[in-house]
Design a protein around this ligand. Sequence first.
Ligand code: ADQ
Length: 505
Amino acid sequence: MVTRKKSNSKPLQILFVASEVDGLVKTGGLADVAKSLPAALKELGHDVRVVMPLYRKVPNGADAVELLDTELLVSTQPEAVSYKVKQLHNGDVPVYTVDAPEYFDRPELYAENNEGYRDNGERFAFFSAAALDMCEKLGFKPDVVHCNDWHTGLVPFLLKTRYADNAFFADTQSVISIHNAVFKGTFNYDQYSLIPELIQKRYLQLEDGSANISMLKAGVAFADKVNAVSPNYAKELLTELGSHGMATDFQHRSDVLYGIVNGCDYGDWSPETDPYIKQHFKANKVSLARGKKACKRDLQQQVNLPQDDVPVYGMVCRLTEQKGIQYLLPVLRDFLVNDVQIVLVGSGDPKLAEALRAISDDFSDKFAFIEAYDNPLAHCVEAGSDFFLMPSQFEPCGLNQIYSLAYGTLPIVRGVGGLKDTVIDYDQTPQFATGFVFDAPTPEALLIKMQRSLLLYCQRPQEFKRLQQNAMACRFEWKDAAEQYLRMYAGEEESVLEKKQIECA
Ligand SMILES: Nc1ncnc2c1ncn2[C@@H]1O[C@H](COP(=O)(O)OP(=O)(O)O[C@H]2O[C@H](CO)[C@@H](O)[C@H](O)[C@H]2O)[C@@H](O)[C@H]1O
């Protein structure tokens, strides 16, 4: 029998610690969450403040209001590290930016030319320490410190060590959200000089190789609660196959491991209001048909494809193995013999880019590969495509398939992580289907679903429209996700383990 604490309705003070925040600086889905979840929590009446590094890329960084000019003192270090805290706003949410030029005044956030900065361990160890150091100085006493991914993994560790007896944080609980456990933030001990607590006592369970400490492991081991960005990913994290080598770490925390699906910011991603798309549209048949057609023509024009009336498959992603490009590449030429077009917008791994470029050179009238990070174009791909490809190797939640649903663009996804939680397969559940889901991690399994989708489009247009309308009726509101987070903070949400027990009973 699980006993639960009663939820406290008093507004919470929440510090949301993230390495990137959409609206200020973004390289991937973590930034979308760091923008939308704090906003949704604030909307529900809580005092939420975000803290992130002040990178050179942050617009208006120079105009931010300086709140603190201070230093991080570390007992074992002869010299303190000076830093400032400057305040910006992202919508209604205050954002504290940690200004330490030696760490963050660089051209990029994490890497240049696909190579991580050599001192990334030290940079984010500092950021984690500063995020807590500033709280007392600013007089902000958080009830919840909500961390995100490896960059912030040392925050829960510091709360349980450096701040264990500190009255200021006596009532503070820590949470870490896992957006992508493949990045463990593993660095040599010599990068942790600002965190002597890690060195004075050896924490074997945090080591990833004998000379290295993983910041993500530290977050998972020391946070009061751990949550994955979908229930299915939370379950996968408990397995050898799906945990990126961290099954034991997650199994040790299974009683406080939760899974909460990300929301969709419909203020940014709605075909009815999207400022980037050619023609707004709704789910009713006439509006959908007209809007999709205009957006398709516009997309074809933007990426230099013939403006033909053929099914268009879109894909927008970081070019990494995670996104399943390796399943697409071997079958891309086979699929392109059909009367179809594919638009892929992505940047990242140069080898994957080269392979995609070669195919687009050979099929220039059918396959447009845009090697770029281009947000307006991403919106046009969502609006102008008929199908959206997301054949991920693994996918903690995935946002683009959720955006696709909103635009009536049927996702073709692999049934992993959050993709399984958010897309309903046509072959399994035709009545409620919103897309296509395949299981095997093979190019052939992907090709079969692409061919199935093509048949549906060409031979059963009414049925295709019905699926589009099913997709557009799906809602993944951030408000609902935020309410689940609040229940998790309050100890009222079911952990993955409890959900499993209920399923088995
Ligand atoms: N070339 C490009 N041009 C324009 N925009 C681009 C782009 N490449 C990516 N994006 C944008 O970046 C975001 C990507 O979000 P995802 O959730 O799909 O993946 P990501 O792997 O970064 O996030 C990780 O964190 C999120 C948040 O929890 C999880 O959903 C996900 O599974 C996990 O891997 C989307 O907003 C997308 O439009």
